[in-house]
Write a protein that binds this ligand. Structure first.
Ligand code: BG6
Length: 472
């Protein structure tokens, strides 16, 4: 659909930006914080670990002042579960409690709306040692952690997110999930973990509605529309399979309280069905989100699983982070010759952003907020201490234009939080893969002075916010 005049962004639209605790905070063992799975993981020696990252733990006041200068209406960050509960359960760590109180106060003091993710990949290590998400006890621990966060910060936080990218943790269980190496029957284990996370999420949503009637809570998966590699009906079925397994399994459970039919058949066929009870399904029915948050980086393209050697298959399956959990009997990765890609091989597909918004909204009819979208690049600090990241401006403005079209299409969208507010350490590609509006002066191993330099995109986004999206 082409419009003569696209609708404006709604008044009060939440222009924001995102981070996550383990990627930005540092202070990994300070003031009583317990270790998380990230602190016990090993990373390639040439890349930064997560002990210091951007040292936001010690720089948060200055960072929030910069976010305010940029004009952010909302700031999405996560609470490190093991800062509040060093072992994931048991004793509360009052120094951790105080840190997030200071952080939230500072955010509020600048008139910014906090948007809080409860859990962003950093499961407390002590819980992992007891089986992590395979153990139903972790569900109890999560509910207690969520209730504690609601009680402590609910007076100041209106918007809550449950679990970041649960679908990626399941589909890439060995990389960012909580699957211990050498687990027998890994896929079956992961789908059981998935069921437990869904229960944990439902219990958190129920608790939030009970404790904070004014607050709003939602899931935050990574959703991307899936294209068939060709108009062959077999490729269309493959795309449909992948979308059910990658996207709808998670959101159908969260929003409808039932398993997606195609994803269920896939699990049954493969022998991955989780153990579930009627009471659990009733609980999933009761725990409902108020909105859907989602992360979008690019679309993905697949071909029929029998069609080995589809164009670009090998390359796609290695490079494409949007294409996890390949089961070659169901779908295989494929090139999309219509799209450009970034320095890391990720496709760039702004129109796919609009498609994804439409698909989610049509299916669930809940308000949407984007909690991640952005471009990882090797930014360079120029001699004049400036960062000329015009490529990032191009990426973001093209995506915002498509959001505006999605709004014109009728999608109810109330916020946009690109990744990331400030440079931080990538999940598995170090600090040199930068996403932020603010440059942090450090290298993989040389911490330098950790000085902050607003990039060109910072001033560009400031203008976008100032004009409520009119001047891109
Ligand atoms: C999302 C995650 O998957 O993508 C973030 O929620 C992550 O934690 C972001 O940093 C970008 O991915 P990467 O691998 O480039 O850091």
């Amino acid at each position: 659909m082409h419009y003569q005049t696209p609708a404006p962004f709604p008044q009060g639209f939440l222009w924001g930006a995102s981070t996550s605790a383990y990627q930005v905070e540092g202070g990994w063992n300070e003031e009583g914080k317990g270790p998380s799975v990230i602190d016990r993981a090993s990373f390639p020696p040439e890349l930064s670990d997560f002990t210091v990252t951007s040292d936001h733990y010690h720089h948060f006041a200055g960072d929030i002042a910069l976010f305010a200068e940029m004009g952010l209406k909302t700031y999405r960050f996560s609470i490190a579960w093991s800062r509040l509960f060093p072992t994931g359960e048991g004793e509360l760590n009052f120094q951790g409690v105080a840190f997030y109180r200071r952080l939230i106060d500072e955010i509020r003091r600048h008139g910014i709306e906090p948007l809080v993710t409860l859990y962003h990949f950093d499961l407390p290590w002590a819980l992992q040692q007891q089986g992590g998400w395979s153990n139903p006890r972790t569900v109890d621990a999560f509910e207690r952690f969520a209730r504690t966060a609601f009680e402590l910060y609910g007076g100041q936080v209106k918007y809550w997110l449950t679990i970041n990218e649960q679908n990626m943790m399941i589909l890439k269980g060995d990389v960012i999930g909580t699957l211990p190496p050498g687990t027998a029957n890994p896929q079956k284990t992961l789908y059981q973990q998935n069921h437990h996370m869904m229960l944990a999420q439902a219990r958190a949503m129920i608790a939030c509605h009970e404790m904070l009637p004014e607050a709003k809570i939602g899931p935050a998966p990574n959703i991307s529309c899936v294209y068939p590699a060709s108009s062959r009906p077999e490729d269309v079925i493959a795309a449909n399979n992948f979308s059910s397994i990658r996207n709808w399994l998670y959101l159908d459970l969260a929003c409808f309280g039932r398993y997606n039919a195609v994803a269920w058949s896939f699990m049954r066929e493969k022998g991955y069905l989780p153990q579930i009870t009627e009471e659990e399904m009733a609980l999933l029915q009761r725990g409902r989100p108020d909105f859907i948050a989602f992360n979008y980086y690019a679309s993905t393209t697949v071909a029929d699983g029998q069609d080995r050697g589809a164009v670009g298959q090998e390359r796609r399956e290695v490079e494409d982070q949007q294409l996890p959990g390949i089961d070659k009997s169901v779908y295989i990765g494929a090139d999309n010759p219509n799209l450009e890609h970034n320095e890391f091989g990720w496709y760039i597909d702004p129109v796919g952003f609009r498609v994804t918004c439409r698909e989610i909204y049509e299916r669930y009819r809940l308000p949407l907020i984007i909690t991640e979208n952005g471009l990882g690049a090797f930014d360079r600090l120029a001699q004049d201490n400036k960062i000329h990241d015009d490529y990032r401006i191009r990426y973001l403005s093209a995506h915002i234009r498509q959001l505006q079209l999605a709004i014109t299409d009728g999608v109810e969208l109330f916020g946009y939080c690109p990744w990331s507010a400030i440079d931080l350490v990538s999940t598995h590609q170090g600090i040199s893969k930068r996403y932020g509006f603010i440059y942090v002066n450090r290298d993989e191993h040389d911490l330098k002075d950790l000085a902050r330099y607003p990039k060109k995109s910072f001033y560009w986004y400031q203008r976008v916010i100032n004009t409520n999206g009119e001047r891109l």
